[in-house]
Design a protein around this ligand. Structure first.
Ligand code: NAP
Length: 473
């Protein structure tokens, strides 16, 4: 399977292609175009030329394109899930769930396209403002450069493509090198959905080369990036006056208060920690359990973890499959080793078979260890005992990151305190930090980024507010 670039509504052959391998089996699954500088320039120019046509497209047409896309994806959902499983080693049941969410994300985007509006301003509230009528309108920002990660190759692309089209913008999309197939698939469906030529361009190649060109180009008005903090910070530093939204990583935590029914939360916590091999930006990485429930939590959590089935992502029975690359296996084994040296206890897992890292539970981990204070982005979770929930809240906040946090408690006062004190973008009461549905405002504080996704909020980021004042005097 040879995958070409998608520029100005056409599939474009290029000089060089690189082999895309399955992270699980190592087999070549496609030959993917490597864009040259010239082709990247063409993709940007094509988005730039299409911007006026897109901006003029009425809301009902933009909504219709997104509704059609959503319907076409529903018809080909099985095929889409297979692609995700192949290129990302995402277990097929989780890949299917991602496709269902993507269908919904585009439906939300279609709905948002119809409710983009401004507000009236009571100008006469100011002395000298009498006799004037003021209102705001929201206009498309123009050309958006979208750079996406490997871990949700279809739905995180939808979180950029959906609101960008809803708001009447054009895009140059640079998907992660390991997972371009999902983006090409969406481009094909959008081509069939009646999207004007040039409104979406998909360009593949190394992030450092292709991504960099998009970030510094003056024709691009906004960069929307989801990925690692290191790359995100670099992008922000280079983007100049462009609008930038950054959805970055975290070391998400949950607090388990005394009195909580442990049986009711175990399965959710296990899913939150190990789904997609822990390669989720809000994956549960740290558990702080009150000393009264700690022993019970640890015992039941380990027992449930040991039930997980490891294997081929295409097998519907598989819970945990390969990490995205062999390098990631080496890195995570080193981090586990460091934890052992630092007197933490590896209660289960801690080893790898091929590219599969066993679901790993670490107890008694010091906050200075990498598994505590950095983003593990792997099936590793640590469980620590705390004396009080206040201590746990301090530990949750003692992080460079702040995407989402969760707390299980039966005490309404503790819950209200947590909602106030936890320094994150979203607090989940009686849930794992991993909870997300696609229309809720989603984003972080500190090194987890800034700006919000979730269709309504992304549309706000992707539009420019303009004020109109009529003088009737
Ligand atoms: P990554 O290495 O930062 O890559 C993300 C994207 O940036 C890829 O398309 C990559 O291209 C590109 N890129 C790399 N270097 C670049 C540069 N110098 N300039 C411009 N673009 C560049 O992240 P990843 O490993 O794919 O994804 C994992 C990270 O994403 C984790 O930190 C995770 O927490 C975060 N994430 C955050 C959210 C959220 O919503 N907050 C959601 C999902 C994931 P190449 O693939 O070609 O290198």
């Amino acid at each position: 399977m040879k995958k070409h670039l998608f520029i100005n509504g056409e599939w474009r052959e290029t000089e060089s292609y690189s082999s895309l391998r399955s992270p699980y089996s190592g087999e070549v699954i496609a030959e993917v175009a490597v864009a040259t500088e010239k082709e990247t320039q063409e993709a940007i120019e094509s988005a730039y030329q299409a911007r006026n046509e897109m901006a003029k497209l009425p809301a009902h047409r933009r909504a219709q394109i997104l509704e059609t896309l959503s319907r076409l994806l529903e018809e080909r959902a099985e095929e889409a899930a297979q692609l995700i499983a192949l290129e990302a080693a995402k277990p097929i049941t989780t890949a299917k769930a991602e496709v269902s969410r993507t269908i919904e994300t585009y439906k939300f985007a279609a709905a948002e396209a119809k409710r983009i509006h401004g507000e009236t301003i009571p100008l006469d509230a100011a002395r000298g403002g009498e006799g004037r009528v003021g209102y705001t309108i929201r206009e498309p920002i123009g050309v958006i450069g979208a750079i996406t990660p490997f871990n949700f190759p279809m739905n995180l692309v939808a979180h950029k493509v959906g609101p960008a089209i809803a708001a009447g913008n054009t895009l140059v999309l640079k998907p992660a090198s390991q997972t371009p197939l999902s983006s090409f698939f969406i481009a094909e469906l959008l081509q069939q959905s009646g999207l004007p030529k040039g409104a979406l361009n998909v360009i593949t190649g190394s992030g450092r080369v292709v991504g960099d060109q998009i970030v510094v180009d003056d024709r691009v008005n906004m960069i929307t990036f989801t990925g690692s903090p290191a790359v995100g910070i670099g992008i922000r530093n280079k983007a100049g006056l462009k609008r930038v939204t950054l959805e970055l990583g975290s070391n998400a935590a949950v607090i388990v208060d005394k009195g909580v029914n442990i049986d009711r939360i175990i399965s959710c916590c296990v899913t939150g920690a190990f789904s997609n091999q822990g390669q989720v930006c809000i994956s549960l990485q740290r558990v702080y359990a009150h000393r009264e429930v700690y022993e019970e939590f640890v015992e039941k959590f380990i027992a449930a973890t040991n039930q997980l089935k490891l294997g081929n992502p295409l097998d519907p029975e598989t819970d945990v499959s390969a990490l995205i690359s062999p390098g990631e296996v080496d890195r995570t084994l080193q981090w586990i080793e460091e934890a052992k040296q630092g007197s933490a206890i590896v209660a289960t897992g801690g080893k790898a078979e091929g590219n599969i890292l066993y679901p790993t539970v670490i107890l008694n981990a010091d906050p200075s260890l990498k598994v505590s204070c950095q983003e593990v982005f792997a099936p590793i979770v640590l469980v620590n005992k705390v004396e009080t929930v206040e201590e746990a809240m301090d530990l949750v906040n003692d992080s460079r990151y702040g995407l989402q946090a969760g707390i299980y408690t039966d005490n309404v006062h503790v819950a209200l305190d947590a909602a106030e004190k936890l320094h994150v973008g979203g607090v989940m009461i009686n849930d794992i930090p991993t909870f997300r549905v696609d229309h809720m405002p989603y984003g972080g504080v500190k090194e987890s980024g800034f700006g919000r996704e979730g269709l309504k909020y992304a549309v706000e980021e992707m539009t420019e507010m303009k004020l109109v004042v009529w003088n009737r005097n």
